[in-house]
Design a protein around this ligand. Structure first.
Ligand SMILES: [Zn+2]
Length: 174
């Protein structure tokens, strides 16, 4: 019995998506990718602002009587809170063969920039990536400690069969 093209295509896509999700989630091919969002000012739990500066907030962990709050180090009653979130990705350093091939496929003329990484992510994480202030990746090929701070170097671009499950983007070392 002959299957129609549509069914074959759908079967292919299903397999492709399944395999690539497994690769991203696997320890062998995927990596943790830690997103740091822009810091937000939050109320300090240890002090309260008054017109004369800050005073100890009842129940706060570090009582004080004079000067700046020892907990947040400020006289404003606010402190910066940096929210992070970890997603999964396949990361390729620019020196690797795959990233080079990828570059040449999508941008024939694009030079491979030193210190750039290619990341392939789940499309469901695209808004998280767009909101990132910076991120930390673990480079398995690095001979040093491996943790590398990166910032987004390109627009996230939907990727894969149907372009509805994955996206890729480039990252620059900071
Ligand atoms: Zn405080």
């Amino acid at each position: 019995m002959r299957k129609n093209i549509r069914q074959i295509f759908e079967k292919c896509k299903e397999e492709y998506d399944k395999i690539n999700v497994e690769l991203i989630e696997s320890n062998e091919f995927g990596s943790n990718f830690k997103i740091y969002y822009p810091p937000k000012l939050v109320e300090c739990t240890n002090c309260l602002p008054t017109q004369y500066g800050v005073v100890h907030r009842s129940g706060g962990p570090m009582p004080f009587t004079l000067g700046d709050c020892p907990w947040c180090g400020s006289d404003s009653g606010k402190k910066e809170h940096e929210h992070t979130e970890t997603v999964r990705a396949k990361i390729y350093p620019s020196t690797g063969g795959f990233a080079r091939n990828f570059y040449s496929k999508i941008h024939q003329s694009l030079e491979v920039v030193d210190g750039e990484f290619l990341g392939i992510f789940l499309l469901s994480d695209i808004e998280k990536i767009r909101s990132a202030n910076y991120a930390v990746v673990y480079d398995k090929t690095s001979t040093t400690t491996g943790e590398i701070k990166v910032t987004l170097a390109s627009e996230p671009i939907p990727h894969g069969i149907g372009r509805d499950k994955f996206f890729f983007c480039f990252w620059k070392r900071t």
